[in-house]
Ligand binder design. Structure first.
Ligand code: DX5
Ligand code: ZN
Length: 223
């Protein structure tokens, strides 16, 4: 199984101080920064676009921090170049948002980013099986996308188990409701990339929270 990567979701941070929030998370030991892009169409909420990512990238040089861009948008093809230019490292589109999966993955790679594919709770893991050879990551959503602070859906774990047993070396990310209370379910199922918004930003000690998430994933790897 690939190594643990902890990716705090800056959606739970203070948007008035994104630079310091991102730097604070890097200092606290995060591996990646998870950036939630919502278009008010694919999901019923709006967040940020490429211009904001460009600004954060200006404050956190490439190579020193990894931007995991979770694209909760319709027409994901439209924004690939903008996010590559903005300094995105990984472009994770939603399976449900396009019918041209392979062409989109090629476009993301041609733009110099890693390609991820996210599946909503009702989308089966089998939807992405044929795409995995081309993908760098699969994101199994553990809430309905659109809002932070929702309850972790444990019933999505069989999908993680299915993917892990078929693809031992794949980066499998989980996103939504992850915290100290729920991490063991995800880690036991085989997830290794852990997104946490509320669970890290609202923790009394974010550094400790990140370390605990990592320890839970690593403990599973030793089994
Ligand atoms: C939800 C987003 C998540 C969200 C997670 O649509 O994709 O990344 O920020 O937030 P928590 O960890 O608070 O559930
Ligand atoms: Zn997300």
């Amino acid at each position: 199984m690939p190594e643990a990567k902890i990716a705090p979701s800056i959606l739970a941070g203070d948007f008035a101080n994104l630079e310091s929030e991102c730097k604070r998370m890097m200092k606290c030991g995060s591996d990646w920064l998870h950036i939630d892009i919502m278009d008010g169409h694919f999901v019923p909420n709006l967040t940020i676009g490429a211009p904001v990512v460009t600004c954060i990238r200006g404050a956190l040089p490439k190579g020193e921090s990894f931007f995991d861009c979770h694209m909760m948008v319709s027409e994901p093809e439209r924004w690939v170049d903008d996010f590559a230019n903005a300094g995105g490292d990984l472009y994770c589109f939603h399976y449900e948002a396009t019918s041209e999966h392979e062409a989109l993955i090629d476009k993301i790679h041609a733009a110099g980013m890693r390609a991820g594919c996210a599946i909503k709770p009702k989308t089966p893991a089998s939807a992405v099986f044929d795409l995995v050879p081309k993908l760098d990551m699969v994101l199994v959503m553990t809430v309905e996308p659109g809002f932070g602070g929702q309850k972790f859906m444990k019933d999505c774990m069989p999908k993680v188990e299915e993917l892990r047993s078929k693809f031992p070396d794949l980066d499998i990310e989980v996103d939504g409701g992850l915290s100290n209370d729920t991490i063991d379910f995800a880690a036991d199922a085989g997830a290794n990339v852990i997104v946490a918004g509320t669970g890290v930003f609202k923790a009394k000690d974010p550094q400790e929270a990140i370390a605990a998430l990592r320890a839970a994933v690593n403990k599973r790897q030793l089994k």
